[in-house]
Write a protein that binds this ligand. Structure first.
Ligand SMILES: *Cc1c(COP(=O)(O)O)cnc(C)c1O
Length: 402
């Protein structure tokens, strides 16, 4: 990750095909587009790759979450369970739907703790939204069981885990619906883009309409199309879809490179007994976009961050200090800083969040370091990096012990 590192001639060729016709919109203009339907082709490619019945492209991963929540019927009075460790898009989409985000602890998988989900369920809960963070899967079996028992929807945020799997099934295709992001720094990119996938025909039809103002896409006269319900505009452009089309053809190559690089780094760090790795509920399905590990204490993690910086190692994060991915620094959410009034029940939910402690999440996130796995490294660079990382961690641990 990210796919933009290997942007090249194929991407340029696909975009040029769109530029040649000048038809930048995904719908209509049949006579002028010379048979070029990039968004439609990318949706088909997603369905083929992910072995899922329906894929609906959107303008972003955040938009995909908004569409997914809408088609699941989430709105006023509803609660959506989400993890404390994710990207801010999770609660943004829930609030946009008029619903209340209910934040729940993560465990050593860096994803939703099923036990914590169970205790957070109320009569208002409608959706459980696990986020497959840093390239790998949440504990989907227990989460699915909980959803079945309580009659809830399971919505997978697979924005960071494209082409990862869980017991042989692609992430995003296991719940009632799943979301992907193809923004500039994701596994494959459209520049900006996203997708909702589902095996449910009715949800798919709703997504198709909702992402385009309610248009039914029947017939050849847009003005004459029916609008069975209200929608919005989350349409991807043909230019963005064209980039994604070139990228998705290379996904197997991307994963192969990531897995090779990751295994070199992981093997090297495994020599240090104080290091433990993030638990992967199905290691074979890891998309290997990140290597995430734990130090024995927050102090050791901080010292490791310092030592990595001194050694010139880049592209790693301790998310405890990050403004965008962990609840600790989401003051704007906890203080309900919106540009517009929120519904009273949503405000009550956010007030509760402000008081809430997440000791279990702190326990994991404060000791965690996640390293991005780049596609553009040479094998020599990966080996040199592994060596530097091991040296730096040893140095940090020696300082921590004294
Ligand atoms: C990137 C990301 C999103 C949002 O995707 P955009 O395309 O940037 O809007 C949502 N959830 C997670 C977990 C992400 O990493």
């Amino acid at each position: 990750m990210p796919g933009f590192e290997l942007f090249g001639d194929e991407e340029r060729r696909e975009v040029n095909e769109v530029l040649e016709t000048g038809i930048l919109m995904r719908y209509g203009f049949d006579g002028l587009r010379k048979g070029r339907w990039k968004a439609r082709e990318l949706e088909q490619a997603l369905q083929d790759k992910l072995q899922v019945k329906h894929a609906q492209l959107t303008t972003s991963g955040t938009a995909a979450l908004s569409v997914a929540l809408a088609i699941l019927g989430v709105g006023a009075g509803d609660e959506v369970i989400m993890p404390t460790f994710t990207f801010v898009a999770s609660f943004e989409a829930i609030l946009m739907a008029g619903a209340t985000p209910v934040l729940v602890d993560i465990d050593d998988s860096l994803t939703l703790d099923p036990a914590a989900v169970e205790t957070a369920i109320t009569p208002r809960t409608k959706v459980v939204m696990p986020v497959h963070m840093c390239g790998a899967m949440a504990d989907l079996d227990p989460l699915r069981t909980i959803c079945e028992r309580h009659n809830l929807y399971l919505l997978e945020d697979a924005c960071q885990a494209f082409a990862g799997t869980y017991h042989g099934q692609y992430l995003g295709t296991i719940g009632h619906a799943g979301c992907f992001s193809f923004d500039f720094v994701k596994t494959i990119t459209c520049g900006e883009g996203g997708a909702v996938v589902t095996n449910d025909d009715d949800l798919a039809r709703k997504a198709d309409y909702f992402a385009d103002h309610g248009h039914t896409h029947e017939g050849t006269d847009r003005g004459a199309e029916d609008h069975p319900f209200m929608g919005y505009n989350f349409r991807i452009s043909e230019l963005n879809a064209a980039v994604g089309l070139a990228q998705i053809r290379r996904i197997d190559e991307f994963l192969q490179i990531q897995r090779r690089h990751k295994s070199i780094l992981k093997k090297a760090l495994a020599e240090i007994p104080e290091i433990t790795f993030r638990r992967l509920p199905d290691e074979a399905g890891d998309s290997a976009t990140f290597l995430s590990f734990f130090l024995p204490s927050a102090e050791a993690a901080n010292r490791t961050v310092e030592a990595f910086r001194e050694a010139g190692i880049d592209a790693f994060w301790n998310y405890y200090e990050n403004n965008w991915h962990y609840v600790r620094k989401w003051e704007h959410l906890k203080d309900a800083k919106t540009l517009y009034p929120l519904a009273p029940d949503v405000l009550t939910g956010l007030r509760t969040l402000k008081e809430k402690r997440f000791d279990q999440s702190d326990h994991y996130i404060s000791r965690n370091i996640s390293c991005l796995i780049k596609l553009s490294w040479t094998e020599d660079e990966v080996r040199a990096r592994a060596h530097k990382m091991v040296e730096a961690v040893r140095k940090a641990l020696a300082k921590t012990n004294t």
